[in-house]
Design a protein around this ligand. Structure first.
Ligand code: PEP
Length: 260
Protein backbone atom coordinates (compact mmCIF):
# COMPACT_ATOMS: atom_id res chain seq x y z
CA UNK A 1 0.00 0.00 0.00
CA UNK A 2 1.22 3.52 -0.78
CA UNK A 3 2.29 5.48 2.29
CA UNK A 4 1.21 9.12 2.42
CA UNK A 5 3.51 11.75 3.87
CA UNK A 6 1.74 15.08 3.95
CA UNK A 7 3.17 18.42 5.05
CA UNK A 8 0.79 20.98 6.52
CA UNK A 9 2.66 24.29 6.33
CA UNK A 10 -0.11 26.14 8.23
CA UNK A 11 0.53 29.91 8.43
CA UNK A 12 4.18 29.47 7.42
CA UNK A 13 6.65 30.49 6.17
CA UNK A 14 6.77 34.28 6.30
CA UNK A 15 7.84 35.16 2.78
CA UNK A 16 7.25 34.09 -0.79
CA UNK A 17 10.99 33.62 -1.16
CA UNK A 18 11.06 31.10 1.70
CA UNK A 19 8.08 29.26 0.24
CA UNK A 20 9.69 28.97 -3.17
CA UNK A 21 13.00 27.85 -1.66
CA UNK A 22 11.30 25.13 0.38
CA UNK A 23 9.35 23.87 -2.64
CA UNK A 24 12.48 23.96 -4.82
CA UNK A 25 14.49 21.99 -2.25
CA UNK A 26 11.78 19.33 -2.15
CA UNK A 27 11.58 19.07 -5.94
CA UNK A 28 15.38 18.92 -6.30
CA UNK A 29 15.87 16.21 -3.69
CA UNK A 30 12.78 14.06 -3.94
CA UNK A 31 14.04 11.74 -6.69
CA UNK A 32 17.42 11.20 -5.02
CA UNK A 33 15.55 10.17 -1.89
CA UNK A 34 14.12 7.20 -3.86
CA UNK A 35 10.78 7.23 -2.15
CA UNK A 36 9.28 4.14 -3.73
CA UNK A 37 5.66 3.63 -2.71
CA UNK A 38 5.61 6.89 -0.78
CA UNK A 39 3.37 9.71 -1.99
CA UNK A 40 4.35 13.15 -0.78
CA UNK A 41 2.00 16.09 -0.55
CA UNK A 42 2.36 19.66 0.69
CA UNK A 43 -0.33 22.07 1.86
CA UNK A 44 0.82 25.70 1.72
CA UNK A 45 -1.43 28.60 2.64
CA UNK A 46 -3.87 29.84 -0.03
CA UNK A 47 -1.72 32.81 -1.05
CA UNK A 48 1.25 30.52 -1.77
CA UNK A 49 -0.56 27.83 -3.76
CA UNK A 50 0.25 29.34 -7.12
CA UNK A 51 3.98 29.72 -6.37
CA UNK A 52 4.24 26.17 -5.03
CA UNK A 53 2.26 24.80 -7.97
CA UNK A 54 4.73 26.50 -10.30
CA UNK A 55 7.70 24.87 -8.51
CA UNK A 56 5.99 21.46 -8.45
CA UNK A 57 5.41 21.67 -12.20
CA UNK A 58 9.19 21.15 -12.58
CA UNK A 59 8.93 17.59 -11.28
CA UNK A 60 10.57 15.10 -13.64
CA UNK A 61 7.96 12.36 -13.80
CA UNK A 62 4.49 12.53 -15.22
CA UNK A 63 3.30 10.85 -12.01
CA UNK A 64 4.19 13.64 -9.55
CA UNK A 65 6.19 12.64 -6.48
CA UNK A 66 4.77 15.65 -4.67
CA UNK A 67 1.09 16.57 -4.84
CA UNK A 68 -0.49 19.88 -3.89
CA UNK A 69 -3.14 20.28 -1.19
CA UNK A 70 -4.91 23.26 0.33
CA UNK A 71 -5.49 23.67 4.05
CA UNK A 72 -9.18 24.41 3.70
CA UNK A 73 -12.06 24.79 1.22
CA UNK A 74 -15.22 26.87 1.31
CA UNK A 75 -18.38 25.34 2.73
CA UNK A 76 -20.45 28.13 1.16
CA UNK A 77 -20.06 27.34 -2.52
CA UNK A 78 -18.17 24.87 -4.67
CA UNK A 79 -18.03 27.44 -7.47
CA UNK A 80 -18.44 31.20 -7.20
CA UNK A 81 -20.54 33.59 -5.10
CA UNK A 82 -20.69 36.58 -2.77
CA UNK A 83 -18.66 35.01 0.06
CA UNK A 84 -15.90 37.40 1.02
CA UNK A 85 -12.67 35.73 2.03
CA UNK A 86 -13.69 32.26 0.86
CA UNK A 87 -11.87 29.99 -1.62
CA UNK A 88 -13.97 27.48 -3.54
CA UNK A 89 -13.26 23.91 -4.59
CA UNK A 90 -13.53 24.98 -8.21
CA UNK A 91 -10.92 27.70 -7.74
CA UNK A 92 -8.62 25.16 -6.11
CA UNK A 93 -9.03 22.71 -8.97
CA UNK A 94 -8.18 25.54 -11.35
CA UNK A 95 -4.91 26.01 -9.40
CA UNK A 96 -4.04 22.32 -9.91
CA UNK A 97 -4.73 21.50 -6.27
CA UNK A 98 -5.37 17.77 -5.82
CA UNK A 99 -6.48 17.45 -2.20
CA UNK A 100 -7.88 19.56 0.65
CA UNK A 101 -7.45 19.25 4.41
CA UNK A 102 -10.81 19.35 6.20
CA UNK A 103 -11.48 19.32 9.93
CA UNK A 104 -8.00 20.12 11.24
CA UNK A 105 -8.22 20.56 15.02
CA UNK A 106 -7.00 24.16 14.74
CA UNK A 107 -10.01 24.98 12.56
CA UNK A 108 -12.35 23.10 14.88
CA UNK A 109 -10.87 24.93 17.90
CA UNK A 110 -10.33 28.50 16.62
CA UNK A 111 -13.11 28.71 14.03
CA UNK A 112 -15.74 26.54 15.74
CA UNK A 113 -16.04 24.23 12.76
CA UNK A 114 -18.64 21.58 13.53
CA UNK A 115 -19.81 18.41 11.80
CA UNK A 116 -22.47 20.21 9.69
CA UNK A 117 -19.96 22.69 8.30
CA UNK A 118 -17.35 20.00 7.70
CA UNK A 119 -19.91 17.91 5.84
CA UNK A 120 -20.62 20.83 3.53
CA UNK A 121 -16.90 21.34 2.90
CA UNK A 122 -16.48 17.68 2.02
CA UNK A 123 -19.49 17.80 -0.30
CA UNK A 124 -18.05 20.82 -2.11
CA UNK A 125 -14.64 19.17 -2.44
CA UNK A 126 -16.29 15.99 -3.64
CA UNK A 127 -18.38 17.90 -6.20
CA UNK A 128 -15.14 18.99 -7.86
CA UNK A 129 -13.37 15.65 -7.38
CA UNK A 130 -10.84 16.97 -4.90
CA UNK A 131 -9.43 14.42 -2.48
CA UNK A 132 -10.22 15.03 1.20
CA UNK A 133 -7.79 14.60 4.10
CA UNK A 134 -10.24 14.47 6.99
CA UNK A 135 -8.66 15.14 10.39
CA UNK A 136 -10.03 13.69 13.60
CA UNK A 137 -8.60 13.49 17.10
CA UNK A 138 -9.35 13.73 20.79
CA UNK A 139 -8.41 16.60 23.10
CA UNK A 140 -6.20 16.13 26.13
CA UNK A 141 -9.30 16.14 28.38
CA UNK A 142 -10.94 13.46 26.21
CA UNK A 143 -7.77 11.40 26.38
CA UNK A 144 -7.59 11.70 30.18
CA UNK A 145 -11.28 10.79 30.44
CA UNK A 146 -10.62 7.73 28.24
CA UNK A 147 -13.34 8.70 25.76
CA UNK A 148 -11.10 8.80 22.66
CA UNK A 149 -13.12 6.19 20.75
CA UNK A 150 -16.42 7.90 21.52
CA UNK A 151 -15.06 11.26 20.31
CA UNK A 152 -13.62 9.76 17.12
CA UNK A 153 -16.86 7.92 16.36
CA UNK A 154 -18.75 11.24 16.65
CA UNK A 155 -16.29 13.00 14.35
CA UNK A 156 -16.52 10.14 11.84
CA UNK A 157 -20.28 10.68 11.62
CA UNK A 158 -19.44 13.26 8.96
CA UNK A 159 -18.01 10.54 6.74
CA UNK A 160 -21.03 8.38 7.46
CA UNK A 161 -23.30 11.25 6.31
CA UNK A 162 -21.31 11.65 3.10
CA UNK A 163 -21.86 8.02 2.23
CA UNK A 164 -25.45 7.95 3.38
CA UNK A 165 -26.32 10.62 0.85
CA UNK A 166 -24.22 9.68 -2.13
CA UNK A 167 -23.15 6.53 -3.83
CA UNK A 168 -20.33 8.20 -5.73
CA UNK A 169 -16.68 7.53 -5.01
CA UNK A 170 -14.67 9.86 -2.87
CA UNK A 171 -10.90 10.20 -2.62
CA UNK A 172 -10.40 10.14 1.13
CA UNK A 173 -7.61 9.95 3.71
CA UNK A 174 -8.33 9.92 7.44
CA UNK A 175 -5.71 11.67 9.57
CA UNK A 176 -5.78 10.68 13.23
CA UNK A 177 -4.28 13.58 15.15
CA UNK A 178 -4.56 13.61 18.96
CA UNK A 179 -4.94 17.33 19.66
CA UNK A 180 -2.58 17.11 22.64
CA UNK A 181 0.20 15.79 20.39
CA UNK A 182 0.04 18.60 17.82
CA UNK A 183 3.01 20.93 18.10
CA UNK A 184 3.78 19.78 21.64
CA UNK A 185 6.56 17.26 21.12
CA UNK A 186 4.43 14.68 22.92
CA UNK A 187 3.32 11.56 21.07
CA UNK A 188 1.06 8.67 22.06
CA UNK A 189 2.58 5.22 22.53
CA UNK A 190 2.78 3.14 19.38
CA UNK A 191 0.37 0.64 20.94
CA UNK A 192 -2.17 3.44 21.50
CA UNK A 193 -1.77 4.63 17.90
CA UNK A 194 -2.12 1.07 16.65
CA UNK A 195 -5.30 0.41 18.58
CA UNK A 196 -6.88 3.75 17.61
CA UNK A 197 -6.08 3.15 13.93
CA UNK A 198 -7.63 -0.32 14.15
CA UNK A 199 -10.71 1.22 15.75
CA UNK A 200 -11.00 3.78 12.92
CA UNK A 201 -10.52 1.02 10.34
CA UNK A 202 -13.37 -0.92 11.93
CA UNK A 203 -15.64 2.14 11.99
CA UNK A 204 -15.00 2.76 8.29
CA UNK A 205 -15.64 -0.89 7.43
CA UNK A 206 -18.98 -0.71 9.25
CA UNK A 207 -19.99 2.35 7.19
CA UNK A 208 -19.39 1.34 3.62
CA UNK A 209 -17.46 -1.36 1.78
CA UNK A 210 -15.94 1.36 -0.41
CA UNK A 211 -14.09 2.69 2.61
CA UNK A 212 -12.13 -0.45 3.37
CA UNK A 213 -8.94 0.75 1.65
CA UNK A 214 -9.02 4.35 2.85
CA UNK A 215 -5.54 5.27 4.13
CA UNK A 216 -5.42 6.14 7.83
CA UNK A 217 -2.46 8.33 8.69
CA UNK A 218 -1.11 9.61 12.01
CA UNK A 219 -0.32 13.25 12.87
CA UNK A 220 1.11 14.99 15.92
CA UNK A 221 4.77 15.88 16.58
CA UNK A 222 6.14 13.51 13.94
CA UNK A 223 9.88 14.13 13.51
CA UNK A 224 12.67 12.30 11.68
CA UNK A 225 13.73 10.61 14.94
CA UNK A 226 10.31 9.15 15.81
CA UNK A 227 8.85 8.53 12.32
CA UNK A 228 10.12 4.93 12.17
CA UNK A 229 8.06 4.04 15.24
CA UNK A 230 4.92 4.97 13.29
CA UNK A 231 5.98 3.62 9.89
CA UNK A 232 6.67 0.22 11.43
CA UNK A 233 2.98 -0.18 12.32
CA UNK A 234 0.99 -1.82 9.49
CA UNK A 235 -2.10 0.08 10.69
CA UNK A 236 -0.40 3.43 9.95
CA UNK A 237 -0.53 4.33 6.26
CA UNK A 238 1.46 7.53 6.50
CA UNK A 239 1.79 10.74 8.48
CA UNK A 240 0.55 14.32 8.54
CA UNK A 241 3.45 16.56 9.51
CA UNK A 242 3.34 20.17 10.72
CA UNK A 243 6.52 21.73 12.11
CA UNK A 244 8.96 19.21 10.65
CA UNK A 245 7.51 19.72 7.17
CA UNK A 246 8.96 23.24 7.07
CA UNK A 247 12.44 21.87 6.55
CA UNK A 248 13.00 19.93 3.32
CA UNK A 249 15.62 17.60 4.82
CA UNK A 250 13.53 16.62 7.81
CA UNK A 251 10.38 16.19 5.70
CA UNK A 252 12.23 13.91 3.27
CA UNK A 253 13.86 12.03 6.17
CA UNK A 254 10.39 11.33 7.58
CA UNK A 255 9.27 10.13 4.14
CA UNK A 256 12.32 7.87 3.96
CA UNK A 257 11.12 6.10 7.09
CA UNK A 258 8.18 4.82 5.07
CA UNK A 259 10.32 3.22 2.35
CA UNK A 260 10.07 -0.52 2.90
C1 PEP B 1 -0.56 19.22 12.41
O1 PEP B 1 -0.82 20.36 12.74
O2 PEP B 1 -1.30 18.61 11.62
C2 PEP B 1 0.64 18.60 12.96
C3 PEP B 1 0.72 17.31 12.89
O3 PEP B 1 1.56 19.45 13.54
P1 PEP B 1 2.95 19.02 14.24
O4 PEP B 1 3.61 17.97 13.35
O5 PEP B 1 3.76 20.27 14.31
O6 PEP B 1 2.61 18.45 15.57
Amino acid sequence: MTAWVIGNWKLNPTSLLEVKTLAQQLVQNVYQAKLDDVQLMVAPSFVHLSAVQSELSHQEDTEPAILLASQDVSAMSADIGAYTGEVSANQLVDMDVDWVIVGHSERRQYFDEDNDLLLQKIRNAQAKELGVIFCIGESEADYQAEITEKVLAEQLQVIYSVFEQTSSDIKLIIAYEPVWAIGTGRVPSTSDVDSVHKFIRQQLANMDAKLQDVPIIYGGSVKPDNAKAFSSLPSVNGVLVGGAALDADSFLAIAQSFVE
